[in-house]
Design a protein. Structure first.
Length: 482
């Protein structure tokens, strides 16, 4: 779930106000251009919005609004260096601008520069002690540095300044729960859902806290209460099934996956790499390096469930054309900022694969298939999307003793037994080239074990004997009868 981190001005996206720019005008004044840029920004036309922001800054280099929203746009796209430079230009003009210091802290936190982020938030608070967002954001980076007691104090100060913020209460609940103060954590979560009845993170936190306290029946009742408040919500039904282990769906609903990753997009990379010792992307590339031809930009590759694009820079040297697909628009915006993908598609994975028959030399999927229980549909779609001899490389969480099936864990991810996995690959006519047991990451100080698999569609396309004189893969001839 998201951390409820907020910008200094209270705006985490361009505001809704402002009239449409008149398309017939050739020249816009700065105020009209800014309104038009904001309209484009809010509508997702980021390239066009950026062009207008930069046009304003060409004529008015000190326009604080244009600097602010262009910095936000760059931050949304994971272009942290540019975002930081733009916000620093605001601070250079207006050193007493507490909002700018707070927003620079957000950029530093997203980059994993926690000490610098902390300094920025403290500067904002020094300039404006009643800056509730800065106190909350300080709590976020203190928690990331395992300084829970200080984080609790920061969250309590934020709440004292903005008592109606459900996000601040949720963050406090997380810090208290991780500190073992379960009664206080439950109270914080309960207040968060009173303030915002659709706050999924707070409902989950409340159920998790009660479970941790050994009050499982009360935790089950939380899901019933949540479902009664929002009976049509597929996210609630899915999490209830995961918690109770009953009426298990064959895969996570799209709405759940999108919500989870939209909320986690901010600071996602730093959290995975710094806090969880995430390594699935690197493990996949290590396995593929012994199978693929030397990197010569010859392959058509799909990064399936690309997220923020951690695999993108590793795949790019091999790719003639690199496509990323993900359900989360916020994650795709981060991936776009890496500027390594030729295409980024917002779609459900199996559906996206089904629309692209005989297209890819390689489909790579790091920690995405753990949101599928039944693997047959996605494996069969992958077989359809691969060219003859193409490869599917992926990681999955290991179900341990449940070797012949799959199960849904209470945290909302599926785990698969090896026997089931091998059977699903065989049914999809995918031949296993390698399968190994690996540690994907750590979670709660425990190693998360998984499967690392490389499988192929029919013949081994990338065997040494099939490499051309320059070490490039020889693409099979088209079969007109297929």
């Amino acid at each position: 779930m998201g951390k409820g981190k907020t910008s200094g001005s209270g705006e985490t996206s361009p505001p809704a106000e402002g009239r449409h720019a008149a398309p017939a005008k050739v020249v816009l004044d700065a105020e009209e251009a800014l309104r038009a840029a904001l309209q484009l920004h809010r509508g997702g036309s980021l390239a066009e919005a950026e062009m207008l922001y930069r046009r304003i800054l060409q004529s008015q280099p000190d326009n604080l609004d244009a600097l602010h929203f262009l910095g936000l746009l760059c931050h949304q796209q994971n272009r942290r260096s540019e975002a930081g430079e733009l916000i620093r230009r605001i601070i250079a003009q207006d050193p007493q601008n507490a909002d700018a210091h707070n927003n620079l802290g957000n950029v530093m936190e997203g980059a994993g520069e926690l000490s610098q982020a902390e300094a920025c938030y403290r500067s904002a608070i020094s300039l404006r002690p009643d800056h509730a967002s800065a106190h909350n954001n300080l709590g976020v980076v203190l928690m990331a540095q395992q300084r829970a007691a200080e984080a609790v104090a920061a969250y309590r100060r934020a709440i004292a300044l903005a008592s109606d913020s459900a996000d601040f209460r949720y963050n406090l609940g997380n810090a208290l729960r991780k500190s073992g103060e379960l009664e206080a954590a439950g109270a914080a979560y309960r207040k968060a859902v009173e303030l915002k009845p659709d706050h999924a993170g707070a409902w989950q936190g409340l159920a998790r806290t009660l479970t941790q306290a050994g009050r499982r029946e009360e935790a089950a009742a939380v899901f019933e209460e949540w479902l009664a408040a929002d009976p049509g919500n597929p996210v609630v039904r899915f999490l209830r099934a995961a918690f109770l282990g009953q009426d298990l769906p064959e895969r996570a609903p799209d709405a759940y996956v999108q919500q989870v990753f939209d909320e986690m997009a901010e600071g996602y990379d730093a959290h995975l790499l710094e806090n969880l010792d995430y390594r699935a992307h690197q493990l996949l590339m290590n396995a593929l390096s012994g199978v693929l031809p030397p990197p010569a930009a010859t392959l058509d590759i799909l990064d399936a469930g690309c997220g923020t694009g951690l695999c993108g820079p590793l795949l790019r040297p091999y790719a003639r054309h690199l496509t990323g697909v993900d359900l989360s628009p916020a994650m795709l915006a981060k991936a776009a900022g890496r500027k390594v993908y030729d295409d980024l598609i917002n779609a459900e994975l199996a559906a996206a694969l089904g629309r692209k028959p005989d297209t890819y030399d390689l489909i790579c999927s790091a920690d995405t298939l753990c949101y599928f229980g039944e693997l047959d549909p996605v494996f069969q779609a992958a077989t359809l999307a691969l060219m003859q001899g193409g490869l599917l490389a992926f990681t999955l969480e290991d179900a341990g003793d449940q070797t012949s099936s799959w199960h849904l864990n209470p945290h909302g991810r599926y785990a698969h037994g090896r026997n089931y996995l091998e059977g699903a690959l065989a049914r999809a006519r995918l031949q296993i080239h390698s399968i190994s047991s690996v540690v994907l990451r750590t979670e709660g100080k425990q190693s998360v074990k998984g499967h690392l698999v490389v499988a192929g569609k029919d013949e081994k396309k990338f065997h040494n004997s099939q490499l051309g004189e320059q070490g490039k893969a020889v693409r099979p001839k088209e079969n007109p009868n297929v």
